[in-house]
Design a protein around this ligand. Structure first.
Ligand code: MN
Length: 214
């Protein structure tokens, strides 16, 4: 579906605002520790916003729409700032998408649960495939569950790339940059991914899914 018809994650008039998490830094303990959440949100996410602003300010003639529109068609971004916008706009988008996906104690249910079971056979099989893809992303990047051509698909992207740039609609994403887990898990990315499955806000994933298949 066309991203323009969807409520944007980051609106054009709000490009440079750090979104609130909507929960406290220790809300995801013990799965993700408070210190990691605080640094991740206030330092890493903020830095992407600052750098995006710095890049876009070099082009006062370029009037971007929502961040969703920018990420969906990077070819419209002026060439000399395209890489900076891809990396930092992507970072801003991905983290803004990520925070609301995290919550403890949300049941795996709804249309998304039915679709996952239909596609992958079981929750366990989905978890295995998703975790393998995310763990196998070489270096920094993200693991994703997306809707592509009306079908669920598991994929990963490098750096701060987002599936939207490939015409795919993300419904679930996990940050596998070391800054997302190193304080608590050090080099054990698979342990972090296992913990991640305890804090997926399936209600939010379901919202993304319903919009993507509409
Ligand atoms: Mn991150």
């Amino acid at each position: 579906m066309n991203v323009m018809t969807k409520e944007p994650i980051i609106k054009a008039n709000n490009l440079y605002t750090l979104p609130e998490l909507g929960y406290s830094y220790d809300a995801l303990e013990p799965h993700i520790d408070a210190k990691t959440m605080e640094i991740h949100h206030t330092k890493h996410h903020q830095a992407y916003i600052n750098n995006l602003k710095g890049a876009l300010e070099k082009h006062s003639d370029y009037k971007p729409g929502s961040l969703d529109e920018i990420i969906s068609d990077l070819s419209r971004v002026p060439e000399d700032i395209r890489t900076a916008v891809r990396n930092n706009g992507g970072g801003h988008y991905n983290h803004s998408f990520f925070w609301p996906l995290l919550k403890t104690g949300v049941a795996f249910e709804g249309d998304i649960a039915d679709a996952i079971k239909a596609k992958y056979g079981s929750y366990e099989e989905f978890q295995k495939k998703f975790s393998t893809a995310a763990a196998g992303q070489f270096g920094s990047g993200w693991g994703w569950l997306v809707v592509s051509g009306g079908e669920l698909e598991i994929m990963s992207t490098a750096n701060q790339d987002n599936p939207l740039s490939q015409g795919k609609m993300p419904v679930l994403g996990v940050d596998v940059w070391e800054h997302a887990y190193y304080l608590k898990y050090q080099n054990r990315r698979p342990d972090y991914l296992q913990a991640f499955f305890n804090i997926i806000n399936w209600q939010k994933v379901n919202e993304h899914f319903l919009k993507a298949v509409k």
